[in-house]
Design a protein around this ligand. Structure first.
Ligand SMILES: Nc1ncnc2c1ncn2[C@@H]1O[C@H](COP(=O)(O)OP(=O)(O)OP(=O)(O)O)[C@@H](O)[C@H]1O
Length: 583
């Protein structure tokens, strides 16, 4: 009987240790051995304190009171202990027994459950926070979860969806959930209408598979109106990039002179209207810059800006370039025909530069376009309506061209709606300082230079020159000077300046050249040396003006020809002029 009892006790998972009333161990089953890593042979008959430290069994012997469900650590294992006295029938304490249960596994399981809970919470928070509308159904197609984005998009709440068939939200189209549950495969890009407002959406869905079995389906729907809005924005962005072809705005027009300011103000007013603008001014005054600025300040700024240099395109091609052609219009015409520049600029602006160069034939066609607001392609019979703002520019005297019957008067009236005259650079010397500063900043960046100032004589030279090529020539001149300057020089002096193109000589220009050369002189500041240098440079300048004609130069200088030769020889001998190596 005792053996059988021991067998039963050994087979239980609970560890058991019993002691007699003298604290000696009387029972130590197999589970106790596993838990304490002490063999029953070592334990039995020993005082319990020797075998198990901090045991409370002796306390139980004394008090006779049970201690139940006590959690404690034993060799890194969490156990639950029940300790009870062993009582005789008449209540006498015969010993005590402790039963331990290893609960590590249970704790691990509990931890896993807690973790799973956390994962679930995180997943739920993510699903709720996402802007995509999500719905989940079970294997029978019954709604189990929707997120707030879904409610926002469809108008349906938990009440309408959870526990209901997955087709309840559909206004038009097949349920993606049902398709997924049927095929077990993901579905993509289905267009449907959902909700009471029949919202257009794109849906995609995927199966939820657990252990190889389809347990449900999860779907994401995207609002097509949002997608369309994204396309619209993309399109607008493309247009903005395209309109960067007109890259300048009024802020890029540098100058503070009253005469330029007047032109800018007039252009700004014109920009707000659809009126045809004609920009008049010499070459390089900034007519194209103005055309860009007008386009970019108008409500057509997101549409195309098309520049046509009427002088650069072959007269035979110009018509088909401007108005396009139909397929088979002429030998060599591309298949499908070609869109003309007017059509390309539809909704935007066409800038016809050098309009004075148009042939009378093309002038007649252009007049028709301006009057009818439609184009007729070469070889075509059906006119195409167009909405284009026309800006033209010219540096030729159109009025004279009309008198000479090179330009049509009726076209002139059509084009001359808002004439804007852009003054030549020599008419606005006040702008020079600002322009030079602006150009130096620009070339500092482009060429990696660090020029901070220009010497007074440079400005003097610049202001004394005629600038027949206007701002373009000034740009070129400063750019070349900036190449001449070394990396760490911060003062631009006359030494850095390139030769100015001769143009039509005038006295100011001559003085400028003299000043430029004087700055090339060395450190000899004696009056004799400087006066002699001035004399030499002045003679050279006058000679240059008279294209080397010595008689005319001597006459202009008020000296005899003999004196001129004498002076030139003498001055060349006497003057040691330090030349800038870079120039
Ligand atoms: N006021 C200004 N401020 C800054 N840059 C200017 C100004 N005027 C002209 N420019 C610059 O000078 C150069 C020539 O200008 P633009 O091409 O506009 O002149 P244009 O009058 O159209 O010349 P063309 O008649 O030869 O075609 C351009 O690089 C332009 O940016």
């Amino acid at each position: 009987m005792k053996r059988e009892l021991e067998k039963i006790l050994d087979s239980t998972h609970d560890a058991m240790i019993a002691i007699d009333k003298h604290n000696f161990i009387t029972l130590f089953n197999k589970s106790a051995e596993r838990l304490t890593k002490i063999s029953a042979a070592d334990a039995l008959g020993q005082p319990v304190q020797i075998i198990v430290e901090n045991t409370r069994l002796p306390v139980i012997l004394e008090t006779g009171v049970s201690e139940l469900n006590q959690k404690q650590q034993l060799n890194d294992i969490t156990i639950i202990t029940n300790r009870m006295p062993i009582l005789s029938d008449d209540g006498e304490i015969l010993g005590a027994v402790a039963i331990f249960r290893d609960i590590s596994e249970i704790i691990e399981l509990a931890e896993q459950i807690t973790n799973l809970n956390q994962i679930r919470e995180t997943l739920e928070a993510t699903i709720n926070a996402t802007q995509d509308a999500i719905s989940v159904v079970d294997a029978d197609g019954i709604g189990v979860l929707i997120n707030p984005a879904y409610t926002r998009m469809t108008g349906y709440t938990n009440e309408d969806i959870i526990g209901k068939n997955c087709t309840v939200d559909l206004a038009e189209g097949e349920s993606v959930h049902l398709e997924v549950l049927k095929t077990g495969k993901p579905v993509k890009g289905k267009t449907l209408k959902v909700g009471p407002k029949r919202k257009d959406v794109i849906a995609e869905a995927a199966p939820i598979i657990v252990n190889g079995v389809v347990k449900g389906s999860v779907a994401i729907i995207h609002d097509l109106t949002e997608v369309n809005e994204i396309y619209r924005k993309l399109d607008q962005a493309k247009k903005i990039i395209r309109s960067l072809e007109a890259k300048y705005t009024f802020d890029d027009i540098i100058g503070g002179s009253e005469i330029l300011h007047y032109a800018i103000e007039k252009a700004k007013i014109a920009a707000e209207t659809p009126a045809t603008v004609i920009l008049r001014g010499e070459s390089g005054t900034g007519k194209e810059l103005f055309a860009h600025a007008i386009h970019n300040a108008s409500n057509r700024k997101y549409a195309q800006f098309v520049r046509v240099n009427c002088a650069a395109i072959n007269e035979n091609l110009l018509e088909s370039e401007l108005f396009g052609y139909e397929e088979g219009a002429f030998t060599g015409a591309s298949k499908g025909g070609k869109m003309g520049l007017f059509e390309k600029a539809n909704g935007g602006t066409i800038f016809l530069d050098e309009i004075g160069e148009l042939s009378l034939n093309t002038q007649a066609k252009l007049l028709r376009v301006l009057q009818e607001k439609e184009i007729l392609k070469v070889g075509g019979t059906k006119p195409v309506p167009i909405d284009v703002r026309v800006i033209t520019a010219t540096n030729v005297d159109l009025e004279k061209a009309i008198k000479e019957q090179r330009f049509r008067q009726d076209l002139y009236y059509r084009l001359n709606v808002v004439p804007i005259y852009i003054p030549a650079l020599r008419e606005r010397l006040e702008d020079m300082d600002l322009l030079v500063k602006h150009l130096i900043n620009r070339f500092n960046q482009e060429y990696g230079r660090s020029v901070e100032r220009v010497s007074d004589s440079v400005l003097e030279i610049i202001k004394s020159y005629d600038w027949p090529g206007n701002v373009r020539e000034l740009e070129n001149f400063v750019g070349r000077a900036m190449i001449n300057i070394r990396m760490h020089e911060y003062l631009l002096t006359a030494l850095h300046l390139p030769q100015l193109s001769l143009g039509v000589p005038n006295i100011n220009q001559n003085l400028g050249k003299v000043a430029q050369k004087i700055e090339m002189l060395g450190s000899d500041n004696t009056l004799e040396y400087r006066v002699a240098a001035f004399e030499k440079f002045h003679i050279e300048a006058i000679l240059e003006k008279n294209q080397g004609n010595r008689e005319a130069s001597a006459k202009e200088l008020g000296i005899s020809l003999r004196t001129l030769y004498y002076k030139l020889n003498k001055l060349n001998r006497e003057l040691r002029i330090e030349k800038n190596e870079i120039l």
